[in-house]
Design a protein around this ligand. Structure first.
Ligand SMILES: NC(=O)C1=CN([C@@H]2O[C@H](COP(=O)(O)OP(=O)(O)OC[C@H]3O[C@@H](n4cnc5c(N)ncnc54)[C@H](OP(=O)(O)O)[C@@H]3O)[C@@H](O)[C@H]2O)C=CC1
Ligand SMILES: Nc1nc(=O)c2c([nH]1)NC[C@@H]1CN(c3ccc(C(=O)N[C@@H](CCC(=O)O)C(=O)O)cc3)C=[N+]21
Length: 296
């Protein structure tokens, strides 16, 4: 079998079109322009690329973008003061603090200082709790993007065996919650899982969020399964820099029914969902009808 390639780049463009249409309507009918503030502490080059991309795409869909670049040695008090200012700024509907933060900053404390309604990453404990209890929340962008692609491909996910490899708070755990919400039978695997190969082989839906280049080979994939590769790993091969996922694409694509590539899969969907979450947050803040098809 040769897998269908799920084109996250094209899908993300469709999501951004919906977002842009909604932004235009908000401006015209309500006189409100959604605004996204992105806070970057330190000068990690990869983070700077993401933040620049986010800012560019935010403007492209007609929203306001507020970038805050702080030096690596910023104190916790100064960062918390900035977040407090953004929490109280009516022009800011979404706040994202780029992770990871420098080691001297307590990221749990920082994230939980964001007003939950503006927490477009969905990392605040209130949003985590709301998601876990099936209540309306802000849903983390990467898992939301994965869910959108899965629903688009499968229609219903009900009753399917889903395996999520990785249990981080930003990808693995919320992904598992969303799949459970769509009535999958969910297994969360991690570094202590016994016989990971066999666990993966049982998956109708396999989500890899590990951070290890090409760790999952094709012979761990059930024939016909859908493989979602969240991994973003920069490697050097034959003297060239390359971006690869957590799945060995070539061998997995020979077995799977559908697979997301890296790049061009989950990554672009993550940013599109960030924009979608910002519009949703803006509508909720103003008591307006939410866009359809852009939330979980
Ligand atoms: N495309 C996108 O938009 C995004 C991509 N990413 C990418 O996704 C990947 C995962 O990110 P993130 O969740 O933040 O990573 P973390 O490092 O926080 O978590 C990695 C998880 O993988 C597990 N793991 C590590 N090694 C193994 C192994 N050998 N076998 C099984 N499980 C293992 C860990 O297990 P344990 O808990 O036991 O240590 C952990 O739960 C990274 O490549 C990251 O760059 C992340 C965010 C967004
Ligand atoms: N608070 C916070 N929220 C995040 O959502 C967050 C974060 N911190 N820290 C870092 C990770 C990583 N992440 C990505 C976003 C887009 C691409 C993306 O667009 N990737 C392109 C390729 C980009 C390239 O070429 O480097 C692709 O896969 O096609 C990747 C990774 C969001 N993260």
């Amino acid at each position: 079998m040769t897998a269908k390639i799920i084109d996250g780049k094209a899908f993300a463009a469709q999501v951004r079109e919906k977002v842009a249409a909604h932004v235009a309507r908000l401006k015209e009918v309500q006189g409100v322009t959604p605004g996204l503030a992105v806070v970057l502490v330190g000068d990690d080059p990869a983070s700077e690329v993401y933040v620049r991309n986010k800012g560019k795409q935010t403007l492209e869909v007609g929203m306001n973008s507020f970038e805050h670049k702080l030096p690596a040695e910023t104190s916790e008090a100064d960062l918390l003061a900035l977040i407090e200012r953004l929490n109280n700024d009516p022009a800011v509907h979404g706040i994202l603090v780029q992770l990871p933060l420098p080691a001297h900053l307590n990221s749990d404390l920082v994230i939980n200082s964001i007003a939950p309604g503006k927490d477009v990453d969905g990392f605040h404990i209130s949003n985590v709790g709301l998601l876990g209890t099936g209540q309306k929340s802000m849903v983390p962008c990467t898992p939301l993007g994965c869910l959108m692609m899965l629903r688009d491909h499968h229609g219903s996910l009900s009753g399917l065996n889903a395996v999520v490899v990785g249990r981080s708070n930003i990808v693995g755990k919320p992904m598992a919650q969303l799949l459970l919400g769509d009535s999958c039978t969910v297994t969360i695997a991690h570094s202590r899982t016994k016989d990971l190969a066999a666990v993966c082989k049982g998956a109708d839906i396999l989500v890899a969020a590990v951070g290890r280049p090409e760790m999952i080979p094709g012979d761990w994939v059930k024939p016909g399964a859908t493989v979602i590769d969240v991994g973003i790993n920069r490697i050097e091969r034959g003297g060239k820099k390359k971006l690869v996922g957590d799945v060995h694409f070539e061998s997995a694509a020979a077995v799977a029914g559908a697979i997301t590539p890296v790049p061009g899969g989950v990554g672009p969907m993550t940013i599109a969902c960030l924009l979608a979450n910002t519009v949703t947050a803006c509508c909720r803040a103003n008591g307006l009808r939410e866009p359809e098809g852009l939330t979980a």
